[in-house]
Design a protein around this ligand. Sequence first.
Ligand SMILES: [Zn+2]
Ligand SMILES: [Zn+2]
Length: 469
Amino acid sequence: MAQHTETLNWDTLTSHFEYRPLDHTSTPRASNLYLRLAPNQTTDIYSFATEFAYKIAVDIKAERQKYPEKYQRPKEDDYLLDDATALKISPTVQRLHYQRKTEIRACTHHDDEDTRFSRDDGYSYYDSGRSFSDGFEFNCDCALPLRERKVHAFLRQYRQNGCYMFERVNGAATFNMNVTMALLVHGELDLVLRICSHPDVDYQYWREVQQCQCVGAEEGWDQLYRLALRAYLVLNIMRQFPKLRVPGPKRTTPYTETYRDTKLYQEIVYECTNLEAEVPGLSHYYFFGMTEKTSKTVFQRRNMAKMNGPGAHLLPPSFLNFLDRTPMSPQAIAFLGEYGFPYGHAPFEVFRDEFSESSLPHETEREEVCHLLRSTVLPEELVIQVMDEAGYNGRTRQLLVAHDPLAEENATILDHYLAECWRIMVQCSVFAHGLGEDIKWKQEVIWFLRHNIRGPEGQLLEYVGSEMS
Ligand SMILES: [Zn+2]
Ligand SMILES: [Zn+2]
């Protein structure tokens, strides 16, 4: 699938953005891209969004034509997923079991009962003190039990829930929603459209879902296309600023800011790799090379101390000024804890250490180490043990040059990733149509740019309401 990076008019779009480093005379709020506030800004940015929406619409139409126009309504007892598909998505689904240990295999536990909630109908919000997840438990240790492959499982309904009740009320349906998202991530659109042809499917209610009123909407399938869109826009925009590429293999003093130190970039990496919902973030984790969110911590005093200690020479003077200006009172710590990391104020290395447990090796590095160890007198078991302990047997990263997607050596991988982002956006639209919904791409593009790239004084891109339909 074409990804249109070449055909979209990025030049005109980014001619309206200006990069300001922390030591810019205007003392910007963060190292970031800012609107230049040129007179034709609104017209140009809106025409970029219109063009984006037009090009994606062409691809959405072409994508839909690859599949049957009408599907026969599947029966509840049919298996939607065959063994091969189940195995294909099992590694993704496995991540949904959290602490539970599961195996990736084609489940053969036919005797497992179909599981829905004990009271599918007549659920009342006010009954939420009772257990509604009766019967939803896993009876075998297969990552994707056979019963979860039945059409039945895809017909679970969304219910409103009170605080802390999301898992109990919607746990079963959430598991299935994630299976469907895994199908979309793996490009199994045909199966997704087949299930959408069943009148009882209610994924339209799963587009934006939050655990309860107190938290953000992170559980829905909007995350799939929204993250893809954001990563696609940010990386393409940053490509238009060649001066912001990382200068050499290793950063040296004096410290030079690059695209990775900007608020825009750090926020997108954070968003893409620290979601509550596992499946939508998956391809982004691998691409950005962040490790599991074991350290989903907030930016707190220990990091402040770390930055004033060894390694502080890496920090730009303006960031040290920022530290000086920020009294570390309990309130200040609470503020940072609540609002998170000061994106665009800390160098990328500090950001990375905060949110990623360790650095992932590349496949070639893994092979090299393995080869080296095998050339010694070490017995094979010990080679494996050493590799394990050194973190070389788990996941590997995709980028040749770690944590620098815009490095020239990473160009092919970057293109592939952007094409994947585009595919997800296109296929999510086809999925949306299957539910009688629509994704308003022009609105999505404008919304993202408006909220993330502002004028030097925080000026917002004008909102042209009538053009947003
Ligand atoms: Zn099983
Ligand atoms: Zn709540």
